[in-house]
Design a protein around this ligand. Structure first.
Ligand code: SAH
Ligand code: SF4
Ligand code: F3S
Length: 513
């Protein structure tokens, strides 16, 4: 890559150019690039490019001096973590963060496109911001995240939300300094959304939320193209970070005192599939990471199709690899799974659960379920209910199917009335609640290990944290144990949480070698 290409890509150049503002305009001619779902669908053979050593270009340093930024995040952990990177870039530019919209000089909405109601929330929020922009025309309002990857959203914003100053995509986060600069200089809405991207940018600055738990990306994108899902279009092709970069990041977090790491990817079981020079998959990564002195390591989200035996074998070694697996099933009907293009059957899923339970007898399993997929029959829905009982999930996120423009399912004719979908969701949720309460009962009187995160949201006199199996525990204890792993005796098991009595800080947990 030559200097000019590095500059175009938003990467630090060898030597920051010393020309005047005006001379940079040529680099900004490319700043208007709109998304295309058609391009986003393509999966090319071209190699993933890895860019190390991201640095803020000298000419942008100090851009944020005396200015404050505010980011509102919607959607999944991936988006939450992107917000940490965006905040890192803002801070590196000299901005300060604020929790108050009114104090902000730049407001960003980091959006989610997974269901229609997620998008509606964002449009509602943009509506509210209009008045603020009218009061303070120098305020910058930006939209980023998954919604900005959708053509229809960008067109709608262009047409009806002229309070928005900039839109940038999930592949353009590292370009934020350029985009901000352009937004300050230009009267037009700045749009930079790359649809077909497959690069991995390392060494981006991050401002992590808290000092106890941290997210670490292991891969980006998704190639599964489940027929209902927008993610493969908004996040690009599957590409894995190099093992050394991940291991280094986790070591660093361990050294900084973090207690729990969650490895992130849309489909973490596909980790390493794209490496051409090495054979190294999620099982290998977990086997290396478990040697790092950090108490808990989790990952999300798993896809049942690529969940291989080696990974199960490694997870069974326990230690700091937690025995909670989130394994989205979506439906218990093989026919539904087929039209969803999940590429596994009910039997395959049950067989996988068996294998996991044989190797890790105490494993807690949670899942995601969609009800009311086009033409789902009562019988097919009953198969979801029976699978839920058969597996004995601890918890589930349940959703009514939401058509996403551009996906194959959105074109399917649907004969299931909304009333029926809602009724199915209610029945499923009742089962989910009942089974969660069942899963909680055995904890009564038991001693559990809790990573203390802080005050309970409901009562500041009570502390709250999670067990390895992700059960919320509330108890009274001195605030000095926040950030520690403590022992708590459970006095009351509720449907979604456990109450208990504090015993003391857990003895040093030995990481297995
Ligand atoms: N990569 C993850 C899922 C990410 S999206 C996986 O495959 O497991 C999180 C959940 O949102 C999905 O598991 C699915 O249950 C739900 N979801 C995705 N698209 C949806 C849609 N169009 N309508 C309703 N729910 C959807
Ligand atoms: Fe969406 Fe399927 Fe990819 Fe998950 S695996 S992100 S549900 S396409
Ligand atoms: Fe939403 Fe994008 Fe995550 S669509 S769920 S924010 S990957």
């Amino acid at each position: 890559m030559n200097e000019e290409q590095r500059m175009q890509a938003g990467l630090a150049t060898e030597d920051a150019p010393k020309t005047t503002e005006k001379d940079y305009s040529k680099y900004f001619e490319s700043v208007y690039s709109a998304p295309s779902l058609k391009d986003a669908k393509k999966r090319g053979k071209e190699e993933v490019e890895y860019h190390d050593n991201f640095q803020i270009d000298q000419r942008f340093k100090g851009m944020g001096n005396g200015r404050k930024f505010y980011i509102r995040t919607y959607g999944c952990q991936m988006n939450e973590h992107d917000t940490e990177v965006i905040a890192g870039i803002f801070m590196a530019l000299g901005y300060e963060s604020t929790d108050t919209v009114k104090d902000a000089d730049v407001i960003l909405l980091n959006t989610c496109a997974i269901r229609e109601n997620a998008e509606n929330k964002v449009f509602g929020e943009l509506g509210h911001l209009k008045a603020l922009k009218r009061e303070r025309p120098d305020l910058l309002i930006g939209v980023c995240g998954c919604m900005s990857q959708e053509e229809s959203v960008v067109n709608k914003i262009l047409k009806t939300y002229d309070q928005v100053d900039m839109i940038f995509g999930t592949h353009n986060i590292h370009r934020l300094p350029h985009i901000l600069h352009e937004a300050y200089m230009s009267k037009e809405m700045v749009i930079e959304v790359w649809s077909k991207e497959g690069d991995v940018i390392e060494d981006l600055p991050k401002v992590r939320h808290g000092k106890i738990k941290a997210w670490v990306n292991i891969m980006y994108g998704c190639d599964k193209f489940c027929t209902y899902c927008i993610v493969p279009y908004t996040r690009g092709k599957e590409r894995s970070r190099r093992p050394d970069d991940i291991i280094q990041e986790v070591r660093q977090l361990a050294a900084e005192g973090y207690k729990e790491i969650t490895l992130l990817g849309q489909n973490v079981n596909a980790y390493g599939k794209d490496f051409e020079d090495i054979t190294y998959r999620l099982g290998d990564l977990m086997d290396d990471l478990r040697l790092i002195d950090i108490p808990r390591i989790r990952f999300t989200t798993s896809h049942p199709r690529d969940f291989d035996d080696h990974l199960i074998e490694v997870l069974a070694k326990g230690g700091n690899l937690v025995d909670h697996i989130h394994l989205p099933v979506q439906s218990g009907s093989s026919d539904m799974l087929k039209i969803m293009a999940r590429k596994y059957t009910r039997e395959h899923y049950l067989n996988l659960v068996d294998k996991i339970r044989t190797a890790i007898p105490n494993a807690s399993l949670t899942t995601d379920i969609i009800v009311g997929f086009p033409n789902e029959t009562d019988e097919q829905f009953e198969e979801t209910m029976s699978l839920y009982r058969e597996v004995g999930f601890d918890m589930a996120f349940t959703y009514i199917y939401s058509p996403r423009e551009g996906t194959p399912a959105a074109k399917m004719i649907d004969n299931v009335p909304m009333e029926v979908k809602k009724e199915r969701l209610q029945r499923l949720n009742k089962l989910v609640n009942d089974m969660s309460a069942e899963a909680m009962k055995p904890y009564q009187g038991q001693v559990v290990k809790v990573l203390v995160e802080g005050e309970s949201k409901r009562n500041p006199d009570v502390l709250a944290g999670y067990t390895e199996k992700s059960k919320l525990v509330n108890f009274k204890a001195p605030r000095s144990v926040i950030g520690e792993i403590v022992e708590v005796r459970i006095t009351e098991a509720k449907t979604w949480s456990l109450d208990g009595e504090y015993i003391g800080v857990a003895k040093e947990e030995k990481v297995m070698a």
